[in-house]
Design a protein around this ligand. Structure first.
Ligand code: IP8
Length: 252
């Protein structure tokens, strides 16, 4: 059995509009679902990734740092990375309180981007942790980038990299919406090509939306070797139990 990868969106576990504010109830509920799934044997190898929410994004926008526009100022890098480590510590403690053997992996200390923007994020720590029975918890971060200082590394990019390197069986993205929504706000059950959702996502395949939003997520997930599900917080347990809540994205 290969690992399952679950991303907890930053806007799920934090209050997005108030700087560095946790949504403790939402994080508790997510940690409960993870602990139950591990205890019940629904999932044996799990990699968790979380986004930035009001921790990373607040500091990144103050410093003007994006996934492509960097900063050469160490203070900017530390402000963003420090906030993400604080959020990561909250996630780890809530998991530890429930007996989940979670360990942090901080991307800033592990990888880099080259001048073409290509990411090199080794997964040997995560793979070894999994073999030893731990749950690696990675997070959106800043990352050293050739010619830019540091740039933002999003949790979504970590998910796709981890899914490839670790040959993940399944990928789940928990977001604040119950799936990819069509024009009537109904969940689209399955997407096998970008055209299936292009109208709802408001763009053609040629759109240059690479920094965020659902269109970028769908495009990246269509490229994965593993099926991916996009669902809301109420469906974390169902996803870990092997169900396909929300929208299933299966590109190949
Ligand atoms: O919330 C971004 O991760 P995301 C993390 O997954 C930072 O886009 C540092 C802003």
């Amino acid at each position: 059995m290969n690992p399952t990868i679950l991303k907890l969106g930053g806007s799920v576990i934090t209050e997005k509009d108030r700087a560095e504010t946790l949504d403790g109830a939402a994080l508790d509920a997510a940690a409960d679902a993870v602990a139950e799934a591990m205890e019940g044997g629904d999932v044996s190898e799990l990699v968790l990734v979380h986004g930035g929410g009001s921790f990373g994004h607040h500091h990144a926008s103050e410093a003007g740092v994006t996934t492509t526009d960097g900063s050469g100022d160490a203070a900017d890098a530390i402000a963003i990375h420090g906030a993400m480590k604080t959020l990561n510590q909250f996630v780890l403690s809530r998991l530890h309180e429930r007996g989940v053997p979670a360990l942090p992996v901080h991307p800033l200390s592990a990888g880099a981007r080259d001048a073409d923007g290509d990411l090199d994020l080794p997964m040997n720590q995560a793979a070894t942790m999994l073999n030893e029975g731990f749950v690696p918890v990675l997070h959106g971060d800043v990352i050293a980038t050739a010619g830019e200082g540091v740039t933002v590394l999003s949790g979504d990019e970590i998910v796709t990299t981890a899914a490839e390197h670790l040959s993940a069986d399944r990928v789940g993205l928990c977001s604040t919406v119950p799936g990819v929504l069509d024009g009537n706000d109904e969940v689209i059950p399955e997407i096998t090509a970008f055209e299936d959702a292009a109208d709802a996502l408001g763009g053609s395949d040629a759109d240059a939306d690479v920094t965020g939003g659902m269109a970028a997520k769908v495009r990246q997930l269509l490229d994965l070797g593993a099926p991916a599900s996009v669902f809301g917080p109420e469906s974390i347990g169902a996803f870990l139990a092997g169900e396909q809540p929300g929208t299933t994205i299966r590109g190949r």
